[in-house]
Design a protein around this ligand. Sequence first.
Ligand SMILES: Cc1ncc(COP(=O)(O)O)c(C=O)c1O
Length: 393
Amino acid sequence: MFWDLAADTWGPEERAAIARVMDSGRYTIGAEVAAFEKAFAEYHGKRHAVMVNSGSSANLVAVASLTHKKDRPLERGDEVIVPAVSWATTYHPLQQYGLKLRFVDIELATLNIDTSRLEAALSPKTKAIVAVSILGNPAALDVVRAFADEHGLYFLEDNCESLDAELPGESGSRKTGTFGDIATFSFFFSHHISTGEGGMLITDDDETDALARAIRAHGWVRDVPDNVDLFPPGEDSFAEAYRFVIPGYNVRPQEINAAAGLEQLKKLPAMTAARRKNLKLFQQLFDGDERFQIQREHGKSSSFCFTIIVRPESGLERADVFGPLEDADIGFRMITGGNFPRHDAIRFFDYDIVGDLKNANTAHDRGFFVGNHPFDLSEQITRLRDILNGLKG
Ligand SMILES: Cc1ncc(COP(=O)(O)O)c(C=O)c1O
């Protein structure tokens, strides 16, 4: 394909790392996972990182962990404020743990949660808020952090689409994924780093880390660090090896995923720089075109892709763009999962909508994205510019 949505970023380093695992004969969770977790936590200046088999699993384990906290656990019927545009598995764990969702509209410019609507979303039952930096573009995470602190809410940061993005603040620039009480990441093929399938959650909270480690692996006590006074050890080491203390899953990663992840993490700064260079060109070529709205960068985007919303005033329909893109062999798709309450799955949810979801609907009906990759895309971006220049609106 001339310009696909995702590209392979594995080189000889990832292949050699995987070969090392194969030679070792130890395939399931072990030293490579521990090393990747350590490096990933350090990259974000966090105390803990827990690797799992996907970003979706990271969200699941994060929510499950909060339902088992000693003080103020998340409980069935509690309310959670969420943005209307995100991926399905941002929401599914919340439904699975009996929480009520309050959907808040996005800003059309940034595609992130509209923080001016947070007060309206608050009720005496609100216990948590989820913020998602959409497609590499930092949400107003500092505002959400302050709001969560002011109202005593857990802040779950789904950073699955925005590894390595940054938000400037008074004390310097801070990476996305460092604002939430827990932040989650995806290493799926198309994401900023890829482990094939894979995910991570990070936190500074020892209790959350310990709970996540138990929930990741069957709910057994074996992986819970000694320094946490959660599940006092029993006397009998025979029983202790198979002591189940919490309802868990098996969402463990494999060694090959972590070995590839370690190599990818080393390449991440250069890959982000290449994505940002492409973004600059895209912004330069598309900013002045009134027919289209491109995602306005907030802070420093790590640019997952390039979004385009075909403005209603343009005289164009989104479908007018799709044909020429197909002809040019350019991949395109919906912005993340669109406006989530419009999916059939919503009938299983307890939810309400705060005000209206006008902007989420516009993104859903008139938006799409094309891929960004960690290498030079000047030719592709220029071609896209020529195609859209040629449209009659
Ligand atoms: C915001 C968001 N959360 C969660 C996920 C789930 O990640 P995974 O595909 O690794 O399960 C994705 C996937 O793209 C995502 O975009």
